[in-house]
Design a protein around this ligand. Structure first.
Ligand SMILES: C[S@@+](CC[C@H](N)C(=O)[O-])C[C@H]1O[C@@H](n2cnc3c(N)ncnc32)[C@H](O)[C@@H]1O
Length: 357
C-alpha cells in the first residue's frame, strides 16, 4: 500500500492465495492466530448465557480476525497496531487516529429498522472503518445489502481488515471472486447470488402427455464487500450511499471540510456520526441539513469497546433536501447534547462517552 488518495483500479482478479501474497509484508497477519493482540480485556460470557441469533456471525468475524472474543479498553489491536506511517498520514490529511469499536450487539441495534434501517438499504459505507469488523457484520447480517464499503486512513488497520477479507475468500473460495489493484490499496470480494427456479414443463411421450419439474439456475444480484486504504474525504462514491457510518473524530480545523462533504449526501440517506453535528454546524454558524432520527434520544446508547457499562450515544441523522435545514433546538434529541470536542491527536487515545460510562 502506498498512496492514500489513490483511485482504485480494481481490475486484477486474484485468488485468495494470490491476495495473501499481494498483501506481501502484511503476510504475517494471514497465518491464523498470529495477529498480535493488544493487552485488551475481554468480555467473559457467563455460563449458560443465552446465545442470540447473531452469535454465529459474531463468532465468524472473531475467527476471521483470529480473536477469541471482543476486545475492550484502550489497548485493543486497533490501538496498538498503528505505525509512524499512519501518524504521518493523519498529520498530512488533517485527520485523527482516535480509536474504539462498536461491539456486535451495538452494531445490530444501530442497523435495525428504528435506527439506520439496513434492511431497507442497498448500500452502506463505513468512513473510518478501523479494522473493518462493523462493515463485515453489516454485510453478513443483511443479505439485502448489495454494496458494503469500508474506508480507512491507517495502513496498519486497513491491512488487518484486508487480511480478514483474504481469510473469508479462502474459506469460501466457491462463493467469492477477489479483485484488487496494483498496490493492494483496495480489496473487493464479489459474490453472485444464484436464483434457482423450478418450472413444470409438459413432455409428450409416444402415448402419454406428462409433466416434469425442471430446475434452472440463473445469476441473481451481485453483492460487493470492499475495503480501501483511502482518505474518507476522497470517497465521493459514498455520497450516493443509503447509509454512511462516520464513527470518526475530526480535529477542529477539519470540521468545515467535514460539513462540506456531508452536505453532498443524497436526500433521505441515513448517517451515523461520532461528532454531534448539531454543535458542529452551530459553532460554524451554518444551517444543518440533517434531521436527528426520532429514536436517537440521549438514552439511545450502545455498548462500545470503551463504554461497556452504560454505553455510548452516537448521533443519527437523516439527510434533508438541499436548501432545507432544521433548527438546532429541534434537533437536540431531548435538548441535552454535549459537544464532543476533545483533542487527542493519536491512535492510542480512546474514544470517550459524552455521558460517563
Ligand atoms: C473509531 S474508529 C472506527 C472503528 C469502526 N467503525 C468500528 O466500530 O469498528 C475511527 C477510524 O477512522 C479513521 N480515520 C480518521 N480519519 C480518517 C480519514 N480522513 N479517512 C479515513 N479514515 C479515517 C481512524 O484511523 C480510525 O481507525
Amino acid at each position: 500500500m502506498s498512496t492514500v488518495d489513490a483511485t482504485h483500479d480494481l481490475s486484477r482478479a486474484v485468488t485468495a492465495e494470490e491476495l495473501k501474497q499481494k498483501l506481501g509484508s502484511f503476510g504475517q497477519l494471514l497465518a491464523p492466530g498470529k495477529i498480535v493482540k493488544g493487552s485488551a480485556s475481554y468480555i467473559v460470557k457467563e455460563q449458560g448465557e443465552k446465545k442470540d441469533k447473531n452469535d454465529a456471525i459474531t463468532d465468524r468475524i472473531r475467527g476471521l480476525y483470529a480473536l477469541d472474543d471482543d476486545e475492550l479498553g484502550h489497548t485493543t489491536t486497533g490501538h496498538s497496531c498503528v505505525t509512524s506511517l499512519d501518524y504521518d498520514l493523519a498529520h498530512k490529511t488533517g485527520s485523527d487516529l482516535l480509536y474504539g469499536e462498536i461491539l456486535p450487539s451495538g452494531v445490530s441495534k444501530l442497523l435495525d429498522s428504528r435506527h439506520l434501517d439496513a434492511a431497507g438499504a442497498t448500500s452502506v459505507y463505513d468512513l473510518g472503518m478501523g479494522l473493518g469488523k462493523l462493515a463485515l457484520q453489516a454485510y453478513l447480517e443483511f443479505p439485502n445489502l448489495e454494496k458494503v464499503v469500508g474506508v480507512e486512513l491507517s495502513v496498519a488497520r486497513t491491512a488487518r481488515g484486508m487480511a480478514a477479507l483474504a481469510r473469508m475468500a479462502e474459506s469460501e473460495s466457491e462463493r467469492f471472486s477477489v479483485l484488487t489493484d496494483e498496490n493492494c490499496t483496495a480489496v473487493r470480494l464479489t459474490e453472485e447470488e444464484q436464483i434457482i427456479e423450478t418450472t413444470t414443463k409438459p413432455v409428450s411421450l409416444k402415448y402419454k402427455r406428462m409433466a416434469v419439474q425442471v430446475e434452472e439456475k440463473r445469476p441473481g444480484r451481485e453483492r460487493v464487500l470492499e475495503f480501501r486504504h483511502q482518505n474518507l474525504f476522497e470517497t465521493v462514491d459514498a455520497l450516493d450511499a443509503d447509509i454512511i457510518i462516520c464513527e470518526t473524530h475530526f480535529p477542529d480545523d477539519s470540521l468545515p471540510k467535514l460539513c462540506d462533504f456531508l452536505n453532498r449526501m443524497k436526500t433521505g440517506a441515513r448517517l451515523l456520526t461520532y461528532e454531534n453535528l448539531d454543535s458542529v454546524y452551530q459553532r460554524l454558524h451554518r444551517d444543518i441539513p440533517f434531521q436527528r432520527l426520532e429514536v436517537n434520544t440521549v438514552d439511545d446508547k450502545v455498548f462500545t469497546s470503551w463504554a461497556t457499562n452504560r454505553g455510548h450515544r452516537f448521533h443519527l441523522w437523516r439527510k434533508l433536501k438541499s436548501g432545507t435545514s432544521v433548527t438546532s433546538s429541534r434537533n437536540s434529541g431531548n435538548g441535552n447534547v454535549n459537544g464532543s470536542s476533545h483533542s487527542s491527536g493519536h491512535g492510542k487515545a480512546c474514544m470517550k462517552s459524552a455521558n460517563k460510562d
